[in-house]
Design a protein. Sequence first.
Length: 377
Amino acid sequence: SRPILDMSYSRHFLDFQGSSIPSSMKKLVVTKLSQNFREAVTLQQDSPVPLPGDGDLLLNLVNTFLFSSRFVGINASDINYSAGRYDASVKPPFDIGFEGVGEVVALGLSASADYTMGQAVAYVKAGSFAEYTVVPARQAVPLPSVKPEFLTLMVSGATAYLSLKELGDLSEGKKVLVTAAAGGTGQFAVQLAKKAKCHVIGTCSSDEKGGFLKSIGCDRTINYKTENVESVLRKDYPEGVDVVYESVGGKMFDLALNALAIKGCLIVIGFIAGYQNPTGLQPIKAELLPAKLLKKSASIRGFFLNHYLSDYKMALQHLLKMYERGDLVCEVDFGDMSPEGKFTGLESVFRAVDYMYMGKNIGKIVVELPHSVNSKL
């Protein structure tokens, strides 16, 4: 095959023809604001491949050179983004997707000081649901190889690590409740709390998920489909729990709030139960919230990863070292058990989002973007 085009010394080269980078690509674009992902998002077939500037990297997410795969991550907040909830001033059309892992196929002159062609890179940047994406070199994360496990750490792992580190005040013997514990971020909250020698309780929706949670150290699993969460917490933890890592919202939020111990802290990292609602929120019984918090000297803290970006690279480096040492399980769910099989190609992002909202996943949902049959090779 022809060599991948190195744009280090030809930043303004506009014609990809004749190189192994095609002139057009597929990508997902929000064309209508809606909490229904399928209504909001359109797969565009012939979008121009973007050009990297002086300090940028061009990453291929669907491989046109080495015949191996690339990966993008699915997040519950993809629906919030496609519904326009994060920035009301942004109007369609706009690109979607938060994270990806790929290889450098072109780069600007300044970027070439730190990166080389073919280098494996992960990134967090809006617009990852595309075959190619431009990422500022300063925002990229160099990786030893392209592996889906690394992708699990970019948003999910970092969210769990930073929220618990900054807000959780974890220490030996504390009781930590993790809701949606077998999900993309929950799996890391469980493991990190165990590393801090805490007693960890995890809620989940199946015995299979419960088995996974036990395998990564969860002390008590609660299958909310077969057990009453409120009764279990009241019976087994009469003095309450010290920290709650909460991502569900609605009724689960109320249960978690009521289960807090004296000086307990409830960390809100999401409210997935309300993401698909037109209003975005399911009602909670918050009328007595001041009294409940005062009675226990308890607190509720919100956590949004974008507000902690100054600590992001530190967190990611720490998590990568943990994984490489074998101290961290990074469970990936490719949807192999879904009705239509493995999530492969941008077309399957729609199925992957549905799969997440049906609560089927164990670990982080990842979509594989295989070798492109549409490239000009």
